[in-house]
Design a protein around this ligand. Sequence first.
Ligand SMILES: Nc1nc2c(ncn2[C@@H]2O[C@H](COP(=O)(O)OP(=O)(O)O)[C@@H](O)[C@H]2O)c(=O)[nH]1
Ligand SMILES: [Mg+2]
Length: 195
Amino acid sequence: MFKKVEFIKSVYNLSDLPPPKYPEIPILGRSNAGKSSFINALLNQRGVARVSSTPGFTRALNFFLIDRKFYLVDLPGYGYAKVPKEVYLSWKELIEGYFKNTIRDFALLILIFDIRRTPDSLDEALIKFVKSLKYPYLILLNKKDTLKEKEVSRQIELYKERFSLPSDVYPLAISCKTKEGIQEIRNNLKKIIER
Ligand SMILES: Nc1nc2c(ncn2[C@@H]2O[C@H](COP(=O)(O)OP(=O)(O)O)[C@@H](O)[C@H]2O)c(=O)[nH]1
Ligand SMILES: [Mg+2]
């Protein structure tokens, strides 16, 4: 379990990023996929990251420092239907600028999807972008509790195929509600950070 969680800041402009003093693990995904819920589950704290009841649009990159060892970064989600094109473009610019920033130490990128959804062109574009960065990444299919075991397997195969994932990258089905799969991820993160 992680012990100390410090909220560092919300970043709206790339010029405002905290110094890259620690390895960082950004959390990416569509709005409402469960990014904030995942951060809360992982840290075993309610309300560290704000969970939205209505899918909304947070523009900021929220930095959390964990055990003075690494940053967890809650990134703004994409794919919120009511967002105008300019807002999508500014999202894209912020995210791309952040990842192209080569002085930062990206230890692992975590991508979260709602397991019930069929991946669309936006999701595919994200995967393509993430693959192009050459950082290690982990794909999580959240809200496993909403599906039967058979449907879970079917969705895992669907994501694997749509994203043309290499055989060693397997999407992991989790639930932030029942906490299934969360301890396994904690153990993996610890290994990655203490590398
Ligand atoms: N059933 C179920 N609902 C979840 C799970 N994780 C998140 N949610 C719900 O999905 C909605 C969006 O979650 P949130 O963490 O705000 O998503 P974000 O926009 O990606 O940060 C909220 O209503 C959560 O309660 C899960 O594992 N199972
Ligand atoms: Mg959120």
